[in-house]
Design a protein around this ligand. Sequence first.
Ligand code: F6P
Length: 356
Amino acid sequence: MHIGILTGGGDCPGLNAVIRAVTLALLADGARVTGIERGFLGLVEHRVRPLDAAAVTGILAEGGTILGTHNKANPFEWFGAEGADVSGEVMAYVHALGLDALVAIGGDGTMSIAQRFCALGLPVVGVPKTIDNDIALNERSFGFDSAVAVVAEALDRLATTARSHGRVMIAETMGRYAGWIALEGGLAGGADVILIPEQPFDVDAVAARCRANEDAGGCTLVCIAEGAHERGGAMTVRAQVADSPDPIRLGGVGHWLQHALQPRVRSEVRTTLLGHVQRGGTPTPYDRVLATRFGVHAARLVATGQFGRMVALQGGVCTSVPIAEVANRNRTVPPDDELLRAARAIGVSLGQAGQG
Ligand code: F6P
């Protein structure tokens, strides 16, 4: 068997741990492994390299991806040729390389492209990746724990300076349309207020919480997801990226909230945009282990000929689901989520009127 591996979409901590595990497990099965550079771009531009044990030694704890990635390269809508479909050329190259199957490590965009190649006859196994933890039918993606650790540490640091100055400190997290990073990071960092896209907020409710803290002589820590928005309002768009499967880039709601809050509170309000710091750096031990489990499971799916499927964690156990059921879907925070209930139970404000 000759298997290709690629990483698509935004990078995240743990990608190298997956590449290592897939490669070592496939080599142990007697397969030959080829790394494809910069996601599907490598299949269009013929950029590949052999992966052996030496190539994946020492990369377990390394952030990013040794193969490189791309979040715009979609062979079905090729941006280099104004939306042309170059999937036929890609399939010809796949045959010329002699690839029997592809392991595609990526988010929902990568899964939907993988699904379309599956339909053209390229056997594909998917591995879910994202710091956002928003891939459907998968309760935990590697990279998420590392991002949450960054948010928690940032809040710890913001807390001491907030306390010293009696300020309102806002930390804006990533997460796209899901609030998982802000919710779990906010809980881990002891935020007084957690604002997520799934629970539209009232500025007056947030201000009331800040003023109550001021009256008690304290400061306020607000953890806000980039997709959070006022009740009846829209998400804050930072940029529109042409040619991307997901052209909307969110960001800036933290500063929007700062300006909305400042006239309503006595203390000074400051904002920290955590940004790509959440995506870089070394994976936590949890993510290294999860990534290794996912990689080994992907190799097992290849070895047993179970194609068109994505590795998934369900009930704490590695399993797989049809890629077709995952492509172009998101997993957001449900209204009855246990973490939301825990936050409410300990008095964390979710920005809802009357909640305090
Ligand atoms: O999906 C991962 C993610 O980091 C999101 O949380 C964020 O909105 C987006 O990617 C940022 O993308 P870019 O790296 O293109 O700015």
